[in-house]
Design a protein around this ligand. Structure first.
Ligand SMILES: *Cc1c(COP(=O)(O)O)cnc(C)c1O
Length: 388
């Protein structure tokens, strides 16, 4: 028996493939492409997106945690999988066993990885993570060479690459960006000056991949753009992207309310005139940010309907414009297109006062996902049936 979900996320795999190809077209031949599929593929599904990205030409996948990497391995994906953050030393054996490529920025992890590799009779590759100004993860640029030298002396390890991450890649003419590039280049040069082969050099996230060809180096690492979303307004107009995620629900209930009546907890919204209210079966426990209450919309029957009242845990309400016939079971679109109307993920981010990265990730919380190609559902393990 197939059960149709009341609310769901739809992911267009063709869009993922198109985005990967469009991004790769920005980089020179021979430049490797890493598709970043951490955080459940920014809410789109790590495994289906990872697989699609690889078949569209991505060379490697990037995740944040060992658990995410193991999902890819368990699904049978054998492509190189990078851990963009240094894992805890206790995970070193799993890193070696599953052939993951970890970021490395401390002696502690280097020791753990080295001994895990020696025990397994292998040499474990790693990428040296250099902090050039973001002050988050990574070894400070001026200490990178000393760490590389110390780690090189350990048996079982292979320096396969060196990388950094930009704090202001959407402002590539800015001083802060330039300084990060200078520090990174200096760190790479200092390794080379000691005869240490730094291997693959990489730095560019989506914004830098699009805006700054000078920092493509040997590989780019794209996340948000693989999903068809822009990292910031700065990249609009520089590349055509196809948004992969839509968020949909079937109208649960339709009712008329009278002038002056309130809607939802706290009655933060009052109808000025009699209105038709449609209740949609998704809420903040599904990833709709409550802080965006009264600022969002949904499309039903090709018509934009304002979201009103506080978003609840499992439901939210919209006003159906007069003259539009809506009934229970109609498909409502919270993110995506229907008819002539479209609600971009960015509109939701704006309503919630956050970035599209966060609003997309949030939809991984509870909603089932269905995958489509060319507008038709495709069978994938774990995908909900009958979503269209
Ligand atoms: C998440 C991440 C990326 C991808 O960033 P986008 O802005 O989504 O392209 C690249 N590199 C590192 C180290 C990351 O953590």
């Amino acid at each position: 028996m197939t059960r149709e979900p009341a609310a769901w996320v739809e992911v267009d795999l063709d869009a993922v493939a198109r985005n990967v190809r469009a991004l790769k077209a920005l980089t020179p031949p021979g430049c490797l492409f890493m598709a970043v599929v951490k955080a459940d593929g920014y809410g789109h599904g790590t495994v289906p997106v990872g697989r699609e990205a690889l078949s569209a030409g991505a060379d490697r996948l990037g995740v944040a945690t060992v658990e995410e990497a193991l999902h890819l391995r368990t699904a049978g994906i054998s492509a190189p999988v990078h851990l963009l953050s240094e894992p805890p030393p206790r995970d070193a054996a799993a890193v070696v066993e599953h052939h993951l490529v970890p970021a490395l920025c401390t002696r502690e992890f280097a020791d753990a990885l080295g001994s895990a590799a020696v025990s397994a009779g292998r040499r474990a590759p790693f990428h040296l993570k250099v902090d050039t100004g973001m002050n988050r993860a990574g070894v400070r640029a001026e200490e990178a060479c000393a760490l590389a030298r110390a780690v090189r002396a350990l048996p079982g390890l292979v320096l396969e690459g060196i990388f950094t991450h930009f704090a202001t890649a959407d402002d590539p003419a800015g001083r802060a960006f330039m300084r990060q590039v200078e520090r990174f280049d200096a760190a790479v040069r200092s390794l080379r000056a000691e005869g240490i082969d730094a291997g693959l050099v990489h730095a560019a996230n989506s914004a830098a991949t699009i805006l700054q060809a000078g920092v493509h180096y040997d590989m780019v690492r794209c996340g948000i753009t693989v999903y068809g979303l822009h990292p910031s307004s700065a990249t609009h107009g520089h590349i055509e992207l196809a948004p992969a995620m839509s968020v949909k629900a079937r109208v649960a209930l339709v009712k008329r309310i009278g002038a002056g009546e309130g809607v939802s907890y706290g009655l933060t919204y009052h109808a000025r005139a009699p209105e038709t209210i449609a209740t949609l079966p998704l809420g903040y426990a599904d990833g709709v940010h409550r802080v965006g209450s009264n600022k969002m919309a949904a499309i039903i029957r090709g018509t934009l309907c304002r979201q009103v009242g506080q978003v609840c845990m499992d439901q939210l309400m919209v006003v159906v414009p007069e003259g539009i016939k809506v009934q229970a079971g109609d498909v409502a679109v919270l993110v995506g297109a229907q008819g002539q109307e479209e609600i971009p993920m960015d509109a939701l981010a704006l309503a919630a006062g956050t970035v599209n990265y966060e609003t997309a990730c949030a939809f991984a919380m509870r909603l089932p996902r269905c995958y489509v190609r060319g507008g038709r559902p495709c069978d994938l393990p774990g995908a909900a049936p009958g979503c269209l």
